[in-house]
Design a binder for this molecule. Sequence first.
Ligand code: C5P
Length: 212
Amino acid sequence: MIIAIDGPAASGKGTLGKRLAAHYHFRHLDTGVIYRAVAKALLDARVDLADEAAAVAAAMELDPEKFGDPVLKTQAVGDAASVVSAYPRVRAALVTFQRQFAAEPPGAVLDGRDIGTVICPDADVKIFVIAAPEVRARRRTLEAKARGEAADEALVLADIVRRDDRDKNRAVAPLRPAPDAHLLDNSHLDIEGGVRAAIAIVEAVRAGRQRV
Ligand code: C5P
């Protein structure tokens, strides 16, 4: 079984993906980390983010062993990731890795922006997670502070709005729900509530129902 979870930045899709994967004993891939790793390779090498060829080369040399680097989670890397992820050839270079991950047994949960629309259009369950930008900014600020980073909520909100705009309006694989995705608005849910809602969606689909 393949579960696709898409949604905007800081929607909680990553935590949901991880928790759903644990619940079903599936493997989990946070695909944002892939784009973040490409961006970090450019930042480390002090290469201009506008250098598409360098971004493509970094995507082709990706090392999944480095996906656990905590620096990948920072806002600066996330912002750079949203720039390099708009390059069609960067996205194309990363498709096979994601599809192979999805296809391996016993099942997989992938979260990102285009899993249900591009990477795994035949996923068994598609969930599109949304939350109000202000709620996402509050959560991301608290997370940054918990990591010991300085974070100004107004700036975080501006970053989220800018990144949403870039992700939604890019020409390739824009952020949008697949027609058969189940919307999950977690603006007013805590983590446990979101996990319960997602499991309910998966179970409803498994039970053969169309909608919940
Ligand atoms: O989800 P996360 O904030 O880690 O993603 C970082 C950036 O990577 C996003 O803003 C988006 O531009 C890009 N991304 C993408 N497709 C994915 C996952 C992430 O374009 N499947």
